[in-house]
Design a protein around this ligand. Structure first.
Ligand SMILES: Nc1ncnc2c1ncn2[C@@H]1O[C@H](COP(=O)(O)OP(=O)(O)O)[C@@H](O)[C@H]1O
Ligand SMILES: [Mg+2]
Length: 305
């Protein structure tokens, strides 16, 4: 049970749902957050952004807990609208949200700051397959620049499969990223305030951590503690925090990365509004250090005070 004075939050609008490809996940995250806030005695209401911005403008609330994933909610647009109406909100601000939504821009910043991220190229629709093969090669991951939940993404092992992969990514975003495939182990690091929580190891028999593996498969494995030795665990935590701060993220988030056979880490992306369902990764990391779901939600909300 929480000891904190929840009246300081005033009325909290949990904004969720929306219209992005990740709507379903967001409905679940938003409901879980709303339930936790209500159980903690917070005066909280839910707003489904799919009903349009006018619903938000007409609602009466003091601050927002944003539980939207993907475009329109995680990308700075909603953050900008809340800035304009003077309502504080959870998580990263306009610019960091917009940058983090765009995997190409994120990687350009990491590269400029000397943080390790796999070789990549931004791939315009007229890019020749030969150019992609020359700059990145195969195996590669082909991704829409601004999607999440592995949507529109493919792993390409053979050059001849590249055109189809590029076309399916382009169905989701005109900007497509081709990135060198890192074969090795996958990890994710939750960030809460200024600290990196324990590293979570992920494994799946799928060819990569795809939508099925994330939300449906029974054979996805999560390891926490990660099983890494202490120095590597610490190195990955501090790299993840540096990667998050390099983008200007605030409040909370989650950094995804790979570790190759030489134990060299490679940063993939930062999520500014990661999943917040009862079985999501940030709650899992928080739980491992004694922060239950309700305490986590309140701690994220406190960052907006
Ligand atoms: N360069 C890469 N090498 C190996 N696997 C990758 C690479 N990029 C992405 N993946 C796999 O694809 C998944 C989704 O990629 P990610 O960049 O995290 O996008 P999303 O926003 O969809 O989560 C990762 O969790 C990982 O399993
Ligand atoms: Mg990811």
């Amino acid at each position: 049970m929480t000891q904190i004075d929840v009246s300081r939050f005033g009325r909290v609008a949990v904004i969720y749902g929306g219209t992005s490809a990740e709507r379903e996940v967001s409905l679940e995250s938003g409901q879980a957050v709303l339930d936790a806030l209500n159980a903690a005695g917070v005066d909280a209401i839910g707003i489904d952004l799919a009903e349009g911005l006018s619903v938000l403008l007409e609602a009466s609330f003091d601050r927002a807990f944003i539980a939207l994933h993907g475009r329109g909610g995680e990308d700075g647009c909603l953050q900008g609208a809340l800035e304009l109406i003077g309502k504080p909100y959870t998580g990263s601000g306009v610019m960091a949200s917009a940058i983090a939504m765009d995997k190409i821009t994120t990687k350009q910043i990491w590269k400029a700051k000397g943080l390790p991220t796999p070789t990549f190229m931004s791939c315009p629709s007229d890019a020749a397959v030969e150019t992609v093969l020359k700059n990145v090669g195969v195996p590669a991951m082909v991704k829409p620049a601004r999607e999440g939940s592995s949507i529109g993404m493919s792993r390409v092992d053979r050059a001849e499969d590249l055109p189809v992969a590029l076309a399916s990514a382009r169905d989701f975003d005109g900007d497509v990223l081709v990135e060198a495939f890192v074969s090795g182990r996958e990890f994710t690091v939750a960030i809460l305030g200024e600290r990196a929580l324990p590293v979570i190891g992920l494994s799946t028999p799928h060819r990569f951590f795809d939508y099925e593996a994330k939300y449906k498969a029974e054979d996805t494995r999560y390891r926490i503690p990660s099983g890494l030795d202490e120095s590597l665990e610490k190195e990955i935590q501090s790299l993840s925090l540096a990667a998050y701060q390099a983008i200007g993220c605030e409040g909370w988030g989650r950094v995804d990365l790979m570790l190759d056979a030489q134990n060299q880490p490679w940063l993939l992306e930062v999520n500014t509004i990661p999943g917040m369902t009862s079985h999501s990764l940030v709650p899992m990391a928080a739980k491992s250090v004694g922060i239950d779901f309700q305490a986590l939600v309140l701690e994220i909300l406190e960052q907006s005070l």
